[in-house]
Write a protein that binds this ligand. Structure first.
Ligand SMILES: [Zn+2]
Ligand SMILES: [Zn+2]
Length: 208
């Protein structure tokens, strides 16, 4: 029987096997960068981005991996804080690193890659609603904390006060037993900077 710890792209040529497949927390993200990154992937053959994305955090501790030669690491712009790993064949995005994750966790959006284990846990917050493209976002819960941005110190404080988020946005107390997501990114080699204009939904790239 397969161990329940596998994340892969949709064509199967990239695979990560985790040492700790237990999701640490999840959020719903409406930011324009997540959408733009998936939109870029969609143009290349990936899946169409939703307006709000279920995003889940896992320990940056990878037991083994396959298909590093099929992985590409990208950033949206030269000043980006996030690095996203895609399959260069099917353009699934199966791992996202951000400077704030401190190599303790990495993020995945389960709708945009494959997993052989359960990653559904109740989201703790809805983030970046200022970027939501519609008029009013229908949220599944009317008690979940919402954040229009995290630009202001009181917003960041409120976000970090939600247990257990701050615990995972600090350097890990227990070091990874396996390979970290940042080690995977450095093994991929060069990070491709896409130089996309912030907030552009890339309509014009469609016909190129
Ligand atoms: Zn693939
Ligand atoms: Zn986002």
């Amino acid at each position: 029987m397969d161990k329940k710890n596998k994340i892969s792209c949709s064509c199967g040529s990239c695979q990560l096997f985790l040492n700790d497949p237990l999701p640490k927390y999840s959020v719903m993200c409406a930011c324009e960068d997540c959408r733009q990154a998936l939109r870029w992937a969609e143009i290349n053959g990936g899946k169409k981005p939703k307006d709000i994305l279920y995003s889940v955090y896992l320990r940056s501790d990878i037991q083994s991996y396959n298909g590093i030669e099929n992985m590409i690491a990208t950033q949206l712009r030269g000043d980006a804080s996030s690095t996203r790993i895609y399959c260069k064949n099917c353009f699934s995005c199966f791992a996202v690193d951000h400077v704030n994750y401190q190599n303790n966790v990495f993020m995945i959006q389960p709708d945009y890659c494959k997993q052989n284990f359960n990653l559904q846990i109740p989201p703790l917050a809805v983030l970046n609603l200022q970027d939501y493209p519609g008029e009013f976002a229908e949220l599944e819960s009317d008690t979940i904390p919402v954040f229009h941005s995290r630009k202001y110190p009181q917003e960041r404080k409120r976000f970090l006060s939600i247990e257990p988020i701050s615990e995972y946005l600090t350097p890990p107390k227990i070091p990874a037993k396996g390979t970290t997501i940042r080690e995977i990114i450095s093994k991929i080699g060069k990070i491709r900077v896409l130089d996309l204009i912030r907030g552009d939904n890339l309509e014009e790239l469609e016909n190129e």
